[in-house]
Design a protein around this ligand. Sequence first.
Ligand code: B3K
Ligand code: ZN
Length: 880
Amino acid sequence: MKDAQPRTVYLKDYRAPDYLVDSTRLHFELQPQDTLVKSRLQIRRNPAAESAPGETLPPLLLDGVDLELLSLSIDGELVPASRYRELPEGLSIHVQNPEFVLEIHNRINPRDNTSLEGLYLSNGMYCTQCEAEGFRKITYYPDRPDVMSRFTTTIVAPRQYPVLLSNGNQIERRATEDGRLLVTWEDPFAKPAYLFALVAGELQTVEDSFTTASGREVKLQIFTEAKNIRKCDHAMRSLKKAMRWDEEVYGREYDLDIFMVVAVDHFNMGAMENKGLNIFNSACVLASPETATDATFQRIESIVGHEYFHNWSGNRVTCRDWFQLSLKEGFTVFRDAEFSADMNSRAVKRIEDVSLLRTAQFAEDGGPMAHPVRPDSYMEISNFYTLTVYEKGAEVVRMIHTLLGTEGFRKGSDLYFQRHDGCAVTCEDFVAAMEDANGVDLTQFRRWYSQAGTPVLEVSDAFDAAHGTYILTVRQSCPATPGQNKKLPFHIPLAVGLLGADGRDLSLDPQGTTQKVLQVSETEQTFNFTGLKEKPLPSLLRGFSAPVKVRYGYSTEQLLFLMRNDSDEFNRWDAGQRLAFMALEQLQKDYREGRDLQLQPQLVDAYRSVLQNPELDPALVAEMLTLPSAQTLAEQCERIDAEAIIVAREFARGALAEALKGELLDCYRRLDCDKPYRPEAADIAERSLKNTCLAYLCVTEEPELLTLAQAQFENAANMTDSAAALASLVNHAADDMAQPALESFYERWQQDTQVVELWFGLQSTSARRGTLESVRELMQHPAFELTNPNKVRAVIGGFANRNFIQFHRADGRGFEFLAEQVVALDKLNPQIAARLVTPITRWKKYTGELGEKMHRALQSVMESGRLSRDLYEVVSKSLV
Ligand code: B3K
Ligand code: ZN
């Protein structure tokens, strides 16, 4: 385990590497506890490295963690101990020539590697995860992304591992003299070590092919254990769609003759874009209609797209250092979001993404770990694979797209790929390419990369009737974040439309434009719209054109009007969210002040008309009927009163269900048909609305409505309907109805890992009293493994992140439980532990005793003994 040395790495200290590695030959002899790694590196002095005048050659520094060094030689000669030093995390070697061949032999232990970084075993299959700094757990190497090398990899393994994979093309496959299998792969593209991959196992494959725009045939293969072979079709279809989309939208073709995907059960995140050999968490690639929900189908499409798109935005052009992570991640998330929007409903995809941003990223930006899209420092880079780097980073790229337009953006991306192909570059290089291709100046815009925090726009307006001029005044500010007290104004593209009294968009110029992107760049600015006859109603931040909070004093009537009329579907939904937010705030206040609770009748009427509007996309209706989550409400509070949030939201859901029972039931019945399952947008939309109605109906806890859920559960022919019904039963039915359903579900699906994970999640997120106790029991279940991140996320993560009600129980036991699990996990898998602790790091925002209890739980983690560097960074920064 890495120790808790609080070393901090700073962006300002970046220096080009002293040495380059032109070629890397690796040779693996696989054994569970005793894998032998031999590497042969062709090394030379980097001509671009800084060197002091007259300086002799600097030492060669290699990273290495948890390795047993067997031998070290240079140009065929063993290096004597006097010429190298073992460091806590690597080697320092005295160098005599500017060019040499370094050979290293070392031993590693994949079986005991529970960190899931480096080379490890998952259900008997060998696999690797090297990003960000996992290659150093395989062998000694300059493990930094600006060292790019051509890799050749030989794998020798016993016969029970017939599939031996690595990056690039297979160039050799034969038996060794002692009867083992030997396979060699050669990757023609230079790459950093973080894109290295190796897989060995007894795997089956699904094959297909793709012909690129220029007519090259690419072999596509998905590898998985035999039992999952029928769950690969959707991923394969998604891959081919992604390959075509990248050609059409970005002009980017795939560059090798083979593209492989491997499904692995033990994986720290969703997937990894290793060159030519993507490795996926099984949960993010395997699906069949009987076993996966619509949400899973869509997630698979987007992750397959994401990893594939990295081949250009990440692999061909990579990051100079890890501070530049958003260069590849922000851009690639933007690319995958546009891909999903093109394949499905654009408005719904945007709503989902913005909801995540507003709930979780805004909370991160307002919490103790807040950092800019391009962080200035870190203790452990794994802690910076965050919503800020990914989702806010994608919003920053989206804003550039908005500022330049589709064609301008494409010119910029073409120039970026052409200029930097084969190089390791910076966020600055990305912005410069966008500027140079379009002749624009994005100097001020760059602050989005360097300043943390969520900007707030206060908007007010006035109408000068005498001149027909409408004046919008925009003031921007940004709260202080750790290490950044004062912020300079951002350049914010603010998309607006103006609605007339008839609900139609007004023309904003003689050409009839109905939407403008205002360039907000000062602390306070006014924008005039002329030639208007009446005071319009502004529709602000259309499509969520910037990751900011907009404050404007909308009245209830104005929000109802926008909900009915806004031509921007996103803002129609957003008006409903604002309305619900106002109603819920009032309820919280009433609750705190001891008044009877009553839901605003206008909200009920608004929801009724949404439900009865046949013109709206059912998926959008489902989104519009969904109240802001408790987490979203919490994020928007200055201080969080969890109890008031829970009471208000539960009350509102109950009141809506009661008032709209008839309409919900009609809608449910209309959509409850047994069409054959297709994971297509139109069908997904109908199921989503149907199940939203079912969830509301079950809130009433009326026996005949719960029977609907029971019937749906028993008759469902797809997992979407089955899981939705079961969730309603678990949350709202009495035990004698819910328990048998849970048991029969497990009985039926116990052999299916992905379904068992879903089953865990349904229970850990149950809003019913006693969930914490069931969560503890689930951890004793034979299917639970603390060493499997998916199981941990389903059981512990489900409870801590997706069960606001039970996690925040007043006795603080939820927090204590989390602290206990985080400490236990840190010994096995520091990355997962550091991520899991997040909910209790926000203790400062909570009011009263709950905040104190959360604080104590966090402190108990710190006091539990030696922490990994990952967990230490998060906990120490959150305690101050
Ligand atoms: N690039 C990987 C993330 C690796 C995380 C390492 N801790 C997956 C992705 O973003 O595509
Ligand atoms: Zn990515």
